[in-house]
Write a protein that binds this ligand. Structure first.
Ligand code: ADP
Ligand code: MG
Length: 310
């Protein structure tokens, strides 16, 4: 892939806060027009990485380009072409919907502000509610409004930091339909999330733990690269089985998904004999590990967070 085809091309990003290493050598090569999911537990460095990519935070080490501009020397150019929705971003609840959009349009110094705001309201079909206070909108609507606001200046890249946290499932689906709609019109998107169904809607996933990139690829790549084996059981007996099985060395982890128990390990025959000998009355079925099974395993392998001591 040539440099021109990459919207984000950064290498070796490092960020320290005092003696804590928040991001410890992250590389991201995100092709134009794709939607990538950014995953990892809280504190793994997602927000810090996003802020370095768009030049809002200086890097301690590493370098690269975003939309063809140098992330260290050309941050203002990058910001003009980027829509960044910060974590927990919400509208000013005590301004009306129109006032909120107008305020963002002023921040970006958009020409023809009134027309741009009118068009955005129309696109969202919110003209009739433009004078309502934003605080009265549901969580899902606030996020749709926020997405519309960060795209008013026609950015080429969208950086969305947990945009759907705490939003109900239907509103999350609507939000993702909008992301795919924007992506179809040529935008590149990097979106952090904790939701597996959202991760599965991405072209690729990048997974961070303790400031380091642990794995990346399509859902299928990530599942097959993990080299994990999973057995699944459903029924009454499984409610109490997890604890016994977790104590077995062949079992990497046991996790409930609704009423099903997934038990995973790296040595298939050892795993099978452990589950058969400790839960003889349960019927187990070999299944492909889910993305969540893989992330639980990756987290376990990443171990304790030792960043403060480095
Ligand atoms: P994530 O977005 O994956 O939850 P963050 O990038 O917010 O992770 O944080 C990574 C680590 O860096 C965390 O341990 C966090 O406490 C620390 N951190 C982030 N921002 C700051 C800051 N401004 N000052 C000190 N520590 C910070
Ligand atoms: Mg964050």
């Amino acid at each position: 892939m040539t440099k021109q085809e990459l919207a984000v091309d950064v290498r070796g990003l490092v960020k320290r806060f005092g003696n804590k290493i928040a991001v410890n050598g992250v590389d991201i090569q995100l092709p134009k027009g794709q939607v990538w999911g950014f995953l990892g537990p809280n504190g793994s460095g997602k927000t810090t990485t996003i802020r370095m990519i768009c030049g809002l935070l200086s890097t301690d080490e590493g370098s690269g380009h975003c939309l063809g501009f140098d992330i260290i020397k050309q941050a203002p150019q990058i910001r003009r072409l980027t829509g960044y929705m910060t974590q927990k971003f919400s509208f000013w609840n005590d301004l009306t919907i129109r006032e909120n959009l107008d305020f963002v349009a002023r921040l970006y110094a958009l020409p023809k502000r009134r027309t741009v705001v009118d068009n955005t309201l129309e696109k969202l079909q919110l003209q009739h509610r433009q004078n309502q206070l934003a605080g009265q909108l549901s969580g899902g609507w606030k996020q749709r409004l926020a997405l519309a606001a960060v795209t008013m200046h026609n950015p080429k890249l969208l950086l969305l930091d947990e945009p759907t946290a705490g939003v109900d499932p239907q509103a999350r689906r609507d939000f993702w339909d909008e992301i795919h709609h924007l992506s179809a019109s040529g935008l590149t998107v990097l979106v952090s999330t904790h939701y597996m169904d959202e991760a599965e809607r991405c072209d690729k996933i990048v997974y961070l733990a303790h400031g380091q990139l642990i794995t990346q690829g399509t859902v299928q790549d990530i599942i097959s690269n993990a080299k994990l084996f999973t057995y699944k059981a459903i029924g009454e007996g499984v409610r109490l089985a997890a604890e016994t099985l977790r104590a077995q060395p062949a079992v990497a982890h046991a996790a409930y998904f609704g009423s099903a128990l997934h038990v995973s390990g790296y040595d298939q025959s050892a795993l099978l004999s452990a589950i058969q000998s400790h839960t003889p009355n349960i019927h187990w079925q070999a299944v492909e590990p889910s993305l969540e099974d893989v992330f639980i395993a990756l987290m376990d392998n990443a171990g304790q967070d030792k960043r403060s001591y480095q």
